[in-house]
Design a protein around this ligand. Structure first.
Ligand SMILES: Cc1ncc(COP(=O)(O)O)c(C=O)c1O
Length: 374
């Protein structure tokens, strides 16, 4: 017997976890506009604008800059399946959960992941990276997570890319949580392959993954000995659809309305200005930190490498992690994140991402937390 269901009306939450973040109302409006064909000339024009706006967000002239029609994990996979061939050695820095996913990607591509491990909550140690690259002169790439969402650490992407250059390696960067929130300079730092997500500091809906590949990375892809094992993520084929000019070959049906939404969120970023957006994320992080100090709560990560858009708050002894998060959600409609991996039960993750990075949200979070903790 079929049950009779009704339309889903979500509650109105304040999203201050590790993502998704609150979506700009203008982005939701754009999403609701009429769907047009994905090869309609008007849509093709929009695709070109999205590429240019993403070049601005990434600070790059890379022609191969576009959103993958799937979430950040697909962006991650697109980078690895295109650049890694069986037997390739890839140095992977891990200081959180997402570095571990990079390792799995390398290994599933038949590559050899040489790990540089650092404790969760600490940054990647540049000296260790140098040592590993010295011991592995045949390494093809250095892969790392810029903003580790699982630990609240901002790794030194500029220095890591510089080291990759010194050792003639490609650099592969996870910028899922850094794009739009922290300084990120794809061209200046000579990043070769980068992927991000739309649901964090862009305050767009989840489900798209902006990526960008340098000329050097494209040359490596073109010289592959084996075809890319993923048909959907083979950049050669994807480019036929997202490529230059008006002639586009059908590859897959783009999520048309999601691209409207991304376009709108990138317009908002452009209007604010990248530097201003980075500064705003930092300013609100400091404001949250000062308020947490007053509540007697401290942060896990050392000040020098704290990620402004994701604050790791140490749960005081004797406080029930799940109970507090549950009360915040049910009584205040406020979502904060739980700890991941080895940090589960030890920290709360408070996100200040995209339009959610505001003084209003800082104040709301502090006052709600204070009430619940009292
Ligand atoms: C650093 C990092 N990489 C990759 C991902 C995966 O992105 P998605 O959940 O959109 O697939 C996330 C998601 O939180 C992330 O924080």
């Amino acid at each position: 017997m079929t049950q009779s269901f009704t339309s889903f009306i979500p509650p109105t939450r304040v999203l201050m976890g590790p993502g998704p973040s609150d979506v700009y109302p203008k982005v939701l409006e754009a999403l609701a506009r009429p769907t047009i064909g994905h090869l309609d000339p008007k849509f093709v024009d929009l695709m070109d604008q999205v590429k240019q706006l993403l070049q601005y967000a990434f600070q790059t002239d890379n022609a191969l800059t576009m959103p993958i029609s799937a979430p950040g994990s697909a962006g991650m996979e697109s980078v690895f399946v295109n650049l890694v061939e069986p037997g390739d050695k890839i140095v992977v820095c891990q200081n959180g959960v997402f570095g571990g996913r990079m390792q799995q990607n390398v290994e599933r591509c038949g590559g050899i992941a040489i790990m540089v491990q650092d404790d969760f909550g600490k940054p990647t140690d540049l000296n260790k990276v140098r040592e590993v690259l010295l011991a592995n002169p045949d390494a093809k790439a250095l892969a790392f997570v810029h903003a580790e969402t699982s630990t609240g650490v901002l790794n030194d992407a500029k220095a890591l890319c510089q080291i990759a250059k010194e050792f003639d390696c490609l650099s592969i960067v996870d910028a899922v949580t850094s794009l739009g929130g922290s300084e990120l300079q794809v061209d200046k730092w000579e990043i070769d392959a980068i992927y991000s997500g739309t649901q964090k500091c862009l305050s767009c809906i989840p489900g798209l993954s902006p990526v960008s590949f340098s000329e050097k990375a494209i040359a490596v892809i073109k010289q592959r000995k084996h075809p890319v094992q993923s048909w959907f993520l083979d950049m050669d084929l994807v480019m036929g659809y997202w490529g230059q000019g008006t002639k586009r070959a059908y590859h897959h049906t783009a999520p048309v309305n999601s691209i409207y939404a991304l376009h709108e969120s990138l317009l908002i970023l452009q209007e604010e200005g990248l530097q201003n957006a980075w500064q705003r994320h930092f300013k609100n992080h400091i404001s949250l930190k000062n308020g947490l100090d007053k509540l007697g709560l401290s942060l896990l990560v050392d000040e020098k490498y704290r990620l402004p858009q994701l604050n790791m708050v140490l749960i005081p002894n004797g406080v029930d992690d799940a109970l507090v998060r549950n009360r915040l959600l049910t009584e205040f409609n406020l979502e904060i994140g739980a700890g991941l991996g080895s940090l589960a039960g030890k920290v709360w993750r408070i996100g200040l991402m995209g339009c959610g990075s505001s003084q209003k949200n800082v104040d709301y979070c502090l006052s709600s937390l204070e009430t619940v903790l009292n």
